[in-house]
Design a protein. Sequence first.
Length: 204
Amino acid sequence: MPPQSAEPVPGPAPQRPRRADAQRNYDLLVAAARDVFHDHGVDAPLDDIARRAGVGNATMYRHFPTRRELIIAVYSGEVAELWARSQSLLAEDPPGDALFDWLHDFIAHVAAKRELALSITDDPAGRRSALFDRWHHSMRTAASALLTRAQNAGAVRADLNVSELLALANGIALTTTDAAQARRLVLLLRQGTDVPPESADSVR
């Protein structure tokens, strides 16, 4: 049975539990920042984010004293969604479809969110490296669980490892120019990792 969990996806530094209204404002700001960064890039004015969230600038800076903290919160949410998607797909059949459905999402994430991730600057404590190590670990664990399940079902060749799979997926994400091309390349990747007929007979 593939692993069902890993270390929690890291986000902003832990805080005391927020009051309901404070949590609501926090969530509104993260959602607004996600939309503004998507539409206008990570250098978009922070005032626009507060305005879209419907809160005052003072409220925004109370939750996120710097742009960096807001970017970390947004990117952490993106990784958490991709992790949650992997967990739901572990219960879906066929296992091969589940693996490649997640790879589609992973490729779209890397292609669309690379600028966001690269904009996270380091701090004196070196927290950036720790964040990226844990984010990468969560994605590797998600991919490994889905790959192992697909291999156990005979849907993917047994000699493929998770490092190779993610290297191929990253290559697609960083070189494709549109979603249609990405879909075609993922299809070619899937065809290239199918179990050879003689191997498929042996797992039945």
